[in-house]
Design a protein around this ligand. Structure first.
Ligand SMILES: Nc1ncnc2c1ncn2[C@@H]1O[C@H](COP(=O)(O)OP(=O)(O)OP(=O)(O)O)[C@@H](O)[C@H]1O
Ligand SMILES: [Mg+2]
Length: 250
């Protein structure tokens, strides 16, 4: 069993797309997968067409320790996100605040091969919960200067997590997403990436996830990439990425 957080404090960088593709791709490989939507925006929950009202959500798991919160959808098992999560920082305080997710997952995790956690785009008690519960973190990033700035912040967060709440946390790697290899900017960023990977004590995944119109359209159509356009470049790239990830597991 492995818990993977998908994190980057920068917004709109491809965290949810990557979380969804990981969950769907691993499920296609017959792995037992649970997706946790820890973002109050609940974008992944929307794609899974899961409920938020009248059911247990990630909010109930974190705030009340309610483990009856898994929804079995066609797309897979999910713990839904919840707009109320934005108040979690007010409700979770004290020394145990960062450990709520880890504690909640103790009885759930043995039922799965992989748990994927989609995180919100800011440093908050939600991100610290995700990184405290996770075995490893995948960092999606785009080939632009601002994407790199987010990495310095994330590195500070990860350093704190390793020091204080989760010494065993590893950084699986940097995953270039929405990639357009031919641009000058992408080339400049590609050149500076190894420096950032070294800062985070990690590597850059060989697979790069190319940009495609289908990936954008899938989210607009409230569909997962594999059901919307299973053969588009982005879906195929995520498949290769999962192969790369699983190869390292063995
Ligand atoms: N490979 C890709 N090709 C084209 N569009 C993409 C690709 N990956 C993501 N996108 C689009 O980029 C936008 C942002 O992606 P996504 O929602 O995954 O980012 P995010 O990091 O989860 O955002 P937030 O920080 O708001 O949670 C979406 O419109 C999505 O469809
Ligand atoms: Mg998101």
């Amino acid at each position: 069993m492995k818990i993977i957080a998908v994190a980057n404090q920068k917004g709109g960088i491809g965290k949810t797309t990557t979380s969804l593709a990981l969950a769907a791709g691993l499920k296609r490989k017959k792995k037992k997968v649970l997706l946790i939507d820890l973002d109050p925006q609940a974008n992944a929950t929307d794609i899974y067409r899961a409920e938020i009202e009248g059911v247990g959500t990630a909010y109930d798991l974190l705030v009340d320790g309610d483990t009856d919160c898994i929804q079995n959808m066609d797309a897979g098992d999910i713990i839904a996100g919840d707009p109320n999560l934005k108040d979690a920082s007010k409700l979770l305080d004290g020394v145990s605040a960062a450990y709520k997710l880890k504690k909640g997952l103790a009885s759930i995790a043995p039922n799965y091969d992989f748990i994927i956690i989609d995180t919100p785009p800011a440093l908050s008690v939600l991100l610290t919960n995700a990184l405290t519960a996770a075995d490893t973190v995948i960092i999606p990033l785009t080939s632009d200067r601002f994407g790199l700035h987010g990495l310095v912040q994330l590195n500070d967060t990860i350093k704190d997590i390793k020091e204080f709440t989760n010494p065993g946390l590893t950084v699986a790697g940097l995953l270039l997403v929405k990639y357009r290899a031919s641009t000058t900017l992408a080339k400049a960023v590609d050149e500076s990436l190894p420096e950032y990977a070294a800062l985070l004590g990690t590597k850059i995944f060989d697979t790069k996830i190319r940009e495609s119109i289908d990936a954008r359209k899938a989210q607009a159509a409230q569909a997962g990439l594999y059901s919307f356009a299973p053969y588009c470049t982005t879906a195929r790239d995520y498949d290769s990425f999962i192969d790369e990830l699983l190869k390292e597991e063995n």
